[in-house]
Design a protein. Structure first.
Length: 219
C-alpha cells in the first residue's frame, strides 16, 4: 500500500440570496449492487447539502423518490441563485488523474510550490471506489481501490518514478502528493494524515458520486 500525505482542502463559495425555488434531478447511478446503489443515493444527498452550505444556502425541503430503475431528487432551495450554482456544479464533468513529476517546461500542469506534473494515463476510469476511515493517530484516511488495468498502469508508473513524486489530481486540483519509495505496488493507494475523519468522508463521497452518479436537471 502506498501512503500519501494529504493536501485535501475544502473551498468556500458564496452566493447572493434570492427567492426560493424547487429543482429536480434525475440520478443515473452506475453500479451492479443494490447496497452500493443505496450508498450512492445517500452520498449524493450529502454532496448536495454540503455544496449548498458552501453556497450559503439552505434546503427548505427535500425528497428522494426511488423506483426500480429511476432515482429523482426534489429539492426546495431558499436561494434561486444558489440553485443555479448548484446545478452548474453537479453537472460539471468529473476528472481524477494520477500524474508524475516533470520539469516545468515539459509539464502538463504546474502547481505553485509543488512543481510540474505530466500525464501517466491513470484516470478516473481506472478507479472503482473510495473508502473513508481513520488512521492509527485518529486522523482521517481514504483508500482508493483501482481496477486490474489501473493497478497495471500504477505498477509501470511506480517503477519509472522511484525516488520522484506523483500527484493525485481531482477536478484539475492537486489533492495529495507522494514520493515513490518503491516500485512495488499493492492493490490500492491509501491517503493518510487527513486532518479529520469528516474531511476524509467528504472526499470519499465527492469522488464516489463523481465516478458513479450523473445528475440531470428535470421538471
Amino acid at each position: 500500500m502506498k501512503r500519501l500525505g494529504a493536501l485535501l482542502s475544502v473551498s468556500l463559495l458564496l452566493a447572493a440570496c434570492g427567492g426560493s425555488t424547487v429543482v429536480y434531478y434525475k440520478l443515473a447511478i452506475r453500479t451492479d449492487t443494490p447496497e452500493q446503489r443505496d450508498e450512492l443515493i445517500a452520498a449524493s444527498m450529502r454532496v448536495v447539502e454540503r455544496r449548498l452550505s458552501h453556497l450559503a444556502a439552505n434546503l427548505s425541503d427535500k425528497k428522494v423518490q426511488v423506483s426500480d430503475d429511476e432515482v429523482t431528487l426534489k429539492l426546495e432551495i431558499d436561494s434561486s441563485e444558489a440553485a443555479d450554482a448548484l446545478t452548474a456544479e453537479l453537472i460539471a464533468p468529473f476528472s481524477l488523474r494520477v500524474m508524475q513529476e516533470a520539469p516545468t517546461e515539459k509539464a502538463d500542469i504546474v502547481v505553485e510550490g509543488h512543481g510540474g506534473f505530466s500525464e501517466t494515463g491513470l484516470t478516473q476510469k481506472h478507479l472503482q471506489w473510495v473508502i473513508a476511515g481513520k488512521d492509527e493517530g485518529g486522523k482521517g484516511s481514504v483508500q482508493l481501490l483501482f481496477t486490474p488495468e489501473g493497478r497495471t498502469i500504477m505498477g509501470k508508473v511506480f517503477k519509472e518514478n522511484k525516488g520522484k513524486s506523483i500527484g493525485l489530481f481531482v477536478r484539475e486540483k492537486l489533492v495529495s502528493k507522494l514520493t515513490v519509495e518503491s516500485a512495488e505496488v499493492k492493490d490500492d493507494i491509501i491517503i493518510t494524515d487527513i486532518p479529520s475523519a469528516e474531511m476524509a468522508e467528504i472526499f470519499a463521497d465527492d469522488v464516489n458520486v463523481g465516478l458513479r452518479v450523473t445528475f440531470t436537471p428535470s421538471t
